[in-house]
Design a binder for this molecule. Sequence first.
Ligand code: F6P
Length: 572
Amino acid sequence: MSFAADNENMNKLHGERRKTLPVVKVEQDLDEEHLPKRVLPILAAPYSPIPEGDELNIDEPIFPLEPATESTVVPSWLQLAPEDNVINYTPSTRVRHSVGLDVPGAVHTITTPKFRTDRQLDSKLVVIMVGLPARGKSYLVKKLRRYLNWLQYETKVFNVGNMRRVVENSQDQSASFFDPNNQDMKRIRDEIALSVLEQLIGWLKEGGRVAIHDATNSTLARRKLLIDRLEREPEIRVLLIESVCTDQAMLERNFCLKLSGPDYKNKDPVKALADFRSRVANYEKAYQPIGDWEEENDIQFCKLINVGKKVIAYNISGYLSGQCIFYLMNFNLNERQIFVTRHGESEDNITGRIGGDAPLSDKGKKFAKALAKFVQSQRIKFACELASKESELEPEGQQDFAKALQTTAKFCNSPFTIWTSMLQRSMQTAEYFDPDDYDIKHIRFLNEINSGICEGMTYQEIQQTHPSEYRSRQANKLFYRYPGMGGESYIDVIHRLQPMIVELERMTQSCLIITHRVVMRILLGYLLDWTREEMPHMMVPIHTVYELRPKPYGTELKKWQYIEETDSFIEF
Ligand code: F6P
């Protein structure tokens, strides 16, 4: 079959890469002959990393848990759910059909040779960042990388500044290094940018999907250099993203953030700021924003002005580029709280039945009541924090108590949204919130994974009645789709949650999401940058509340557990 052959080629292309995108269960999954020869203590068994016949070292996890990356401030609590600690490795899970996720919701594509060229053209993307220093480029690319990886498009950022610091560590890199009239230094900087581009092309050829060239690329000559090189790679598309910032206050904040960055850390802040300002001035002398040349040459680009307040897009074609632009248009830097929790204990939780639509148990109702009080108190604390930050901005000695109280009241009364799924246990958990103070929305996208023919069963019953299904899922939980009407995989749930993530990024107000185990893992997977190997296996117990605060440098996380005996929450 043509898609099976495609899959084989993809395997070759990906080599030892651990990330491919199988989304369809195939007959081999159900075939007893292919069931596991032995049980291996691995953390996750994604598809295709183990070449046929290779011996596996049982003591060594194939995919050790990586600590979550830059966006996670407190990663040490990461844990696997106990039932996920030992996972069967099923050789047959390697033989799955995948054509990637170019079209939302597509699980099968049978590609005819006639169209193959077009498809390949859209298969890889290089995003070239453009913009003066301190325009938030690195912030944008980190978010974009996290989002695309979460959508399962393997994405990597190639930062030219990091390479410059390594290659040129013997070189003086104060402002004069960036003087556009200093031809020697300019040549060195261009060479570094090109060498990073070579690395990035190599990575895409090994199987990566989206590579981001993170540098200023602020002259036309530099951009031409990069684009000329990429023209020799017919499978790669190029998207230029320029970040422009005209908001002076935002710029000043960005400048200050640079002082704790790798170029200026531990240096005298006054001298460092002066040096950075003169570096920016050097860049400004030679700066050529994206414009006529790019249009005349039909290069797709997007200009984001003031973190997406104004957006100019030109010739955007291709699904991936469209995804990038849509995402970048939808976020903001507002300080807010995002609470995420599972529903209170349900009648089915007591008996260990999955899926279904059971109501809350008595314990679950107790949690729901306590949750309403807890969120209210955290909301007030946050309002006080914001008010005290505002009053710190007042000149010394002019802080006014009455005004501070007013500001606190203003923050306390700012809108707060609650999202629940449309399942009883989730809606009932929101019942104790005062609708005068909270805007409560029930959303079907937040429903638990549909477990098809396994709905309403316990894991033990599934193991007994559908042993091969049980093992297939254990072997590859992320891609396994439950058979039967409406049955879903984690990948399917990621797709239906995509609009929720965009909405979460777009909205400026605080919110509480009351949902279910799989949805919660996937939402936290995005917010905390969990890898695809970690995400389906993370411990997210009921009666635990996670509070996330998006910050310019990542996401701050706090977590609380409900203690029934004392009817209170403790931070852990
Ligand atoms: O048991 C609660 C539950 O939310 C089920 O409804 C759901 O099928 C299950 O958890 C998902 O967890 P996992 O993906 O680990 O099986």
